[in-house]
Design a protein around this ligand. Structure first.
Ligand SMILES: [Zn+2]
Length: 50
């Protein structure tokens, strides 16, 4: 019943995600490997991971 290959790849990456601390409010954000940036779930600030 697995008919969605992209979802399978995403699930594999999800196990390796890391926590990044937002520079603005200190909230922990779980980020997928390979992401160069993300927006904080709490304050919406743009955070770079590299
Ligand atoms: Zn934040």
């Amino acid at each position: 019943m697995e008919s969605d290959p992209p979802a399978g790849v995403e699930a594999e990456l999800r196990s390796k995600r890391m926590a990044y601390i937002c520079w603005n409010d200190g909230a922990s954000n779980f980020v997928e490997p390979g992401w160069e940036w993300f927006t904080c779930w709490r304050c919406g600030a743009l955070v770079y991971t590299t």
